[in-house]
Ligand binder design. Structure first.
Ligand code: PLP
Length: 389
């Protein structure tokens, strides 16, 4: 019955019916080790017990009321985010794209409030910020933009390693710069700390707002709650999604009071965003991720995982070029086609996710255990072995 769906996805011919932790079971009974986690979403694995009870308890009380009324769970979730970040205020959405959209609108409104005629957004080569017209305008992929123009005027992407180009890209019309501290779709690329420092300086100097897109690298994936904490630089606005719902569609755009000053009553809105059900789950995700041993353990298991991956890379140099990334946002840069590897791995019973620059992404649940990592390494080794044969 796939013919009834808009054919925009190139789906694998498999359908999963059950998930538990790092495991997925298909309708034919076959089992897969899922180290893609629904593209960095299932941070606590599939059907985490505490998330299931948070969802179940809330489902018995109240699902949805709309933002016409106060939503206790939304206020709770905002408080957790605000107490643990640079931000003063939060707006909740249902996806990363909507979080980007809110960030772009917020930046434009900030400047429009000051009558300074700034509306242009600078982004970076390899960036991905979502699929709305606003979000594709600020993403670098030409293919994604084809046929959808005219897009937002004055958006351009620059090479993050070219300091001159970066400085020259700022004009009197620049409203904001948007960057993923670690690029996901672009191929697991860590933005150098000095580039982030430079960006903050440039933005401050020219009165430009700095937006971090932590939709993929946030919520513990890097080993910190948010990846920019490694650099010690804070943005004015930040987008969140993927991991924060642990599988519930939930996102957020958070900001400083100053950056958000244009977003007054009626200037933006959403029907579903931040509803009681999604926020009940979001609170439980953050409670677990912020519990004492959780993030240190992400770093520990990440070191274990990446060491083992490096060993595979060394054993099969014709297949792998290098290990990239940090925390549990890892990438294997391939010497063969990444799609071939993902496909062969799938046939061995392990799920990975391709990315640009011929990278295979490894984005497991953040509570993956050492013995599950061993299983993953075994299956990835078998995959490499079967390709080399
Ligand atoms: C996935 C992603 C988005 C878009 O999120 P959706 O929930 O698919 O709309 C935006 N930015 C980054 C960095 C992402 O990885």
């Amino acid at each position: 019955m796939e013919k009834y769906l808009l054919p925009v996805f190139n789906r694998k011919q498999i359908s999963f019916v059950k998930g538990e932790g790092v495991w997925l079971e298909a309708d034919d009974g076959s089992r897969y080790l899922d180290i893609g986690a629904g593209i960095a979403v299932n941070v606590l694995g599939h059907c985490n017990k505490n998330l299931v009870s948070a969802l179940r308890n809330q489902a018995q009380e109240l699902w949805h009321t709309s933002n016409l009324y106060r939503i206790t769970n939304q206020e709770k979730l905002a408080k957790i985010l605000i107490s643990n970040t640079f931000a003063d205020v939060a707006f909740f959405t249902n996806s990363g794209t909507e979080s980007t959209e809110c960030a772009i609108k917020m930046a434009r409104k900030f400047h429009s409030n000051r009558n300074d005629n700034r509306h242009e957004i600078i982004s970076f080569d390899g960036s991905f910020h979502g699929r709305s017209i606003g979000a594709i305008s600020t993403s670098s992929s030409q293919k994604m933009k084809e046929g959808f123009g005219p897009l937002l005027p004055g958006c351009k992407s620059v090479d993050m390693n070219d300091e001159r180009a970066l400085i020259n890209s700022i004009t009197p019309k620049t409203a904001a710069v948007i960057i993923e501290p670690i690029q996901g779709e672009g191929g697991i690329k860590i933005v150098p700390s000095k580039t982030i420092h430079l960006l903050r300086d440039i933005c401050d100097k020219f009165g430009v707002l700095l937006i971090f897109d932590e939709v993929q690298c946030g919520v513990g994936r890097s080993g910190k709650l948010f990846a920019h904490e490694w650099v010690g630089i804070v943005p004015d606005i930040m987008t969140i999604a993927k991991g924060i719902g642990g599988g519930m569609p939930l996102g957020a755009c958070i900001a400083t009071k100053r950056a958000a000053e244009g977003m007054t009553t009626g200037s933006h809105g959403t029907t579903y965003g931040g509803n009681p059900l999604a926020c009940a789950v979001g609170c439980e995700v953050l409670n677990q991720v912020l519990s004492e041993k959780f993030l240190p353990n992400v770093i520990k298991i990440s070191n274990y995982f990446s060491q083992k991956l490096k060993a595979i890379v060394d054993s099969y140099p014709s297949i792998f070029k290098e290990v990239r990334g940090t925390g549990l946002m890892l990438g294997l840069k391939m010497n063969i086609k990444n799609d071939l590897f993902v496909e062969t791995a799938f046939n061995q019973g392990i799920l990975t996710v391709p990315a640009s620059e011929n990278v295979v992404r490894i984005l497991p649940p953040l509570n993956i255990t050492e013995s599950e990592v061993d299983l993953a390494i075994g299956l990835l080794t078998k995959t490499a072995e079967s390709i080399r044969l």
